[in-house]
Design a protein around this ligand. Structure first.
Ligand code: NAD
Ligand code: AKB
Length: 318
């Protein structure tokens, strides 16, 4: 790790960026946050911010060149549920945004790029349990299609232009610091807030719909561990499967009841149910484990305990 690297985080005000940027600032001297929207709180107070629309290639190139940026974390995207409501926007931000970043990185002094993919790259023809690193991929959301194409672009830039691109396929991420950004897995964030505030929750996914999930501290650690791994250990240049826990709304409710015994859940599946049904239930991350030593730390109850300690609300937690 070279702490004198200058890092640019694009999409720094989102669910992941708001935590990843702070962790990077603990480790590196120069970490620039950038986003369409203004930062708040600690993110705002802890370092440089540049307002950036990643669709504006000239603006991106100028920020990278004037600050001598050497590493980029490109997080800006439109997530699955929002993407289904506005496919045009999702395709433009997810695809053109990534192409701009890849091009500007190769035309400048950027040495390393992190870009996240997702379990949404898999689709209805993919094996749903223990989904392998390499398997059938026929995503049927615009988000999944854009991310699968993005994986191919990343691999292409590594092969043809030797850009050191690194990527993981995040599962649904659970956190309490910044709200979810419009994903199908966001119910698993909202459930904790509602449990603590009202002691009950209505899930937009059906009770037995199981999806792969991960607690944010594990996701941040995975990201930084992959980015700091020696280059020869990073053998997959599309994106690595990573995994932590898998659960359904019914199972997460049971975990919450260990701490709030009176917690009640009901179900009102909406358009996101169809999206979830076409994603894996669980992920095989043995390639990430073997290549760069990936290992999750949080199981479901450890995550539940920590979430309930941190989310606001009057309901008593035992
Ligand atoms: P988010 O929606 O919370 O944050 C995205 C940020 O990007 C927002 O702050 C938004 O303002 C910004 N943004 C949007 N359009 C922009 C543009 N044109 N220019 C600059 N900034 C723009 O998303 P997130 O959950 O933090 O996800 C970050 C990345 O991780 C995305 O690529 C997403 O696909 C991926 N991912 C997230 C999850 C998850 O569960 N959170 C799971 C899998 C993959
Ligand atoms: C979403 O639900 O869209 C994201 C993801 C799994 O990529 N959380």
């Amino acid at each position: 790790m070279n702490t004198s690297d200058t890092i640019l985080v694009i999409g720094a005000c989102g669910q992941i960026g708001s935590e990843l940027t702070l962790e990077l600032r603990n480790r590196y001297k120069n970490v620039i946050a950038s986003d369409l929207k203004e930062p708040e709180g600690e993110l705002k107070d802890s370092g440089q911010f540049e307002r950036l629309d990643v669709l504006n290639k000239n603006q991106l190139a100028e920020i990278i060149s004037k600050n001598n940026v050497t590493q980029v974390y490109h997080l800006a995207a439109i997530l699955s549920a929002t993407g289904e409501k506005n496919p045009e926007l999702a395709w433009r931000v997810n695809m053109k945004g990534l192409r701009n970043v890849l091009d500007v990185c190769t035309e400048s002094d950027v040495k390393k790029l992190f870009w996240p993919s997702t379990i949404a790259v898999f689709g209805p023809t993919t094996p749903r349990t223990n989904t392998p690193q390499w398997t059938v991929m026929e995503p049927n959301t615009i988000y999944g299609i854009s991310k699968q194409a993005g994986e191919r672009w990343c691999d292409y830039y590594w092969q043809k232009k030797k850009l050191d691109v690194r990527s993981v396929r995040y599962p649904g991420l659970i956190s309490y610091k910044t709200p979810g950004g419009g994903g199908t897995t966001d119910y698993a964030i909202d459930i904790y807030f509602e449990a603590k505030k009202h002691g009950k929750f209505t899930s937009f996914l059906a009770e037995n719909t199981r999806l792969p999930m991960m607690y944010m501290p594990d996701a941040i650690r995975a990201t930084i561990e992959l980015m700091e791994a020696p280059i020869e250990k990073v053998k997959v240049r599309s994106s690595y499967n990573i995994s932590a826990v898998s659960f359904s709304p019914k199972e997460i409710a049971a975990s919450i009841r260990k701490f709030i015994p009176e917690f009640e859940i009901s179900y009102a599946p909406d358009f996101r149910q169809k999206i979830a049904e076409n994603w894996p239930e669980s992920i095989d991350d043995s390639v990430a484990q073997k290549d760069w030593g990936w290992k999750p730390e949080y199981d479901m109850d450890a995550m539940t305990k920590d979430m309930l300690e941190h989310v606001p609300g009057e309901v008593e937690v035992h």
